[in-house]
Design a protein around this ligand. Sequence first.
Ligand code: NIG
Ligand code: FE
Length: 415
Amino acid sequence: MKNVVVKNAGELITCQGQAPKTGSEMNELGIITDGAVVIKGGLITQVGKTDEILKNINIEEFEVIDAAGKPVLPGFIDSHTHFVFGGYRADEYSWRLQGVPYTEIMERGGGIINSVAGTREASFEELKESAWKRLDSMLSFGVTTTEGKSGYGLELETELKQLRVMKELQEEHKVDISPTFMGAHAIPSEYEGRSGEFIDYLIEEVMPLAVEEGGAEFCDIFCDQGVFTVDEARKLLLKGQELGLKAKIHADEIAQVGGAELAAELGAVSADHLLKASDEGIKLMAEEGVIGTLLPITAFSLKEPYARGRYMIDNGLPVALATDFNPGSCYSESIPLLIALSTLQMELTLEEVITALTINAAAAIDRDAKIGSIEVGKAGDLVILDAPSYTHLAYHIGVNIVDKVIKNGQLVVNG
Ligand code: NIG
Ligand code: FE
């Protein structure tokens, strides 16, 4: 592996500091003007001003990447996605454009269950090939690590197929993957009206193999009206924790069911969506250090009111932002769209958004010791923008301004 020095970063946005960041810390980007980064063996070994760094190294030993005055940031982390799935739901999307609500689509037997059929039918290779292309697209937006969930199988074989796809992609693709077991994503028709029995099946027969063979790191559940109850979620996530799976919850998206409160009670790593989360739930999450992962493209796509990101940050909740890329409620992996919605519609500052896509997103997948900021000891995952300043991430609305992406010190996108 080549040693690399990235020099002449007009703004080196380090995002350094204790993770996750809360309140006004989320506005602190730790910017070094005319910065440089040294990467050896894939890891960052020096961070500082270009002139000082160049004095300290023998340049002959390095491949030099000249940022030429452009901004350099940590690679983005998409901490909530469902990128491994079979089939598409474009027709459902057109129903939605005609005004049919998501919940009614689910009642019509569409929604997640539709993708379950497509994913059960798809071969391992088909799933891998489509997921590979999606990772390529994410990488072009500067995403160097993504979380990915199972949950379009809802039975042993297909849940494991999804997890194994992620395992192989982890070995072969440049983007790093944090795998999540989400067998409790919907109630399959085989278990209609018997959600409790389905939870028991997942606990007894699927979860142990999702860990041993699938390599899952997290357990997630759709805890909401019409899906799984708080009691079912508690039972599943506690069992998961016994097996070493860290907890995540799709919480309070459709209705205020107490998902945020449960996340605090269980010490979940994150609770996600939170469109309808209560003040009390947000307060409890903040007290327990649970990260609130907000998914504005989903709210946009569903034409639902956005999560109260401004309120959450102002009340001390560490916030991460992610795409929720999936075939139904949010068929978009677009980081530029995410940034536009977060700044214009949720009234977050661009600095808060950058924190939420880097160091706080790293904390949301429990990898903040390794990624999420430009600091000595962390992975050499960097993004160089084609713009005079990082402020163009918001200003250039909806446009991908990523010029280069460096993953573990290797140039993997060269715009
Ligand atoms: O995060 N909210 C539940 N699950 C997904 C939807 C997945 C789908 O529609 O296929 C989500 O939005
Ligand atoms: Fe989701």
